[in-house]
Design a binder for this molecule. Structure first.
Ligand code: C2E
Ligand code: MG
Ligand code: MG
Ligand code: MG
Length: 287
């Protein structure tokens, strides 16, 4: 009967919820251990300047290789860390580790770190940044802090004062994943952003869809109009890159076309390789 089916379905539904619940509880406990025992690592992915063809910075991306379950994606463990408050420990570690790695990179290559929604109330971001920079002897201008719009909606006042203090020291503040989430253009003028990272969903089908390309072009020129450094995230193909060069004024690019995120030990060599090899042929540049 229909009634019986409903009951069976609801039973299955609840069983699945129990599995999800227990799985999440286990991951949260394991994540706590991983943080304590050095089980997290960082991968770094370069951002390249379109005009100079050089690596300008590398973004630190947290990685968790679970001893039994293998790699757990940040899209899974970062939200869990936010729910439990463990995120402050992760962020503090990422900031210190990323800044320490940056010291061994050639030239003036900077480092970008993602700061999460909960960090603005869960920790003193400014203090952690100051301590990490002075421990490494790295100037604040080598650091970029990436925040998403969600962080700003949830903690607008704290976020604003922390970001302003950091920007005043010369830390670059980037609005990450721009165009996703609850975009409010008012953030762009209310907060001290100097960089706009256009989410990769805008780049994804510019080769196939003329309207997507025009949307991207317009978002990029909005950013340029506000004197922001505009970055395209998630550039995967040379076709996408060609269109970016031909149709937009985007200044920086990041994506699998140039490099996947790589372990810290590979980064000095990667920077040298990208800077010296004509990974991006000069003729493709609109100077
Ligand atoms: P995000 O900050 O926007 O980082 C860029 C993400 O896009 C990374 O995913 C990167 O691997 C991926 N990506 C880069 N180029 C390409 C491309 O060409 N194609 C595609 N399909 N993807 C590309 P990842 O490492 O899985 O991180 C996902 C998100 O998790 C990050 O997005 C960030 O929001 C968050 N996250 C990662 N590490 C941290 C961290 O240390 N702290 C915080 N708070 N969040 C982090
Ligand atoms: Mg980011
Ligand atoms: Mg900088
Ligand atoms: Mg992003």
């Amino acid at each position: 009967s229909a009634k019986g089916d409903g009951k069976a379905k609801s039973h299955v539904f609840h069983a699945q919820m129990d599995i999800d619940y227990h799985y999440k509880q286990r991951l949260k406990a394991d994540l706590r251990l991983a943080i304590q025992e050095g089980g997290l690592t960082l991968a770094f992915q370069p951002l390249l300047d379109v005009a100079t063809r050089k690596v300008v910075a590398c973004e630190a991306l947290a990685r968790w290789n679970h001893p039994e379950l293998g790699m757990i994606a940040p899209s899974v463990f970062i939200p869990l860390a936010e729910e439990t408050g463990l995120i402050s420990d992760i962020t503090a570690w990422v900031i210190a580790e990323a800044i320490s790695q940056c010291r061994s990179w050639p030239g003036e290559v900077g480092v970008a770190v993602n700061v999460s929604t909960r960090d603005f109330r869960g920790m003193d971001v400014e203090k952690v940044v100051d301590a990490a920079l002075s421990a490494a002897g790295l100037p604040p201008t080598r650091l970029e802090i990436e925040v998403t719009e969600t962080a700003l909606i949830e903690e607008p006042e704290i976020a604003k004062s922390v970001l302003e203090a950091l920007a005043a020291k010369g830390v670059e503040i980037a609005l990450d994943d721009f165009g996703t989430g609850y975009s409010s253009l008012s953030y762009l003028s209310a907060l001290p952003f100097s960089k706009l990272k256009i989410d990769r969903s805008f780049v994804q089908d510019i080769e196939a869809n003329e309207r997507s390309l025009r949307l991207l072009t317009n978002v990029a020129s909005l950013g340029r109009d506000l004197d922001l450094t505009v970055v395209a995230e998630g550039v995967e193909t040379s076709g996408q890159f060609d269109l970016l060069l031909a149709k937009t004024q985007i200044q920086q690019v990041q994506g699998y076309l140039f490099s996947r995120p790589l372990p810290a030990r590979d980064i000095p060599e990667l920077i040298v390789h990208l800077n010296h090899d004509t990974v991006i042929p000069p003729k493709r540049y609109k100077m």
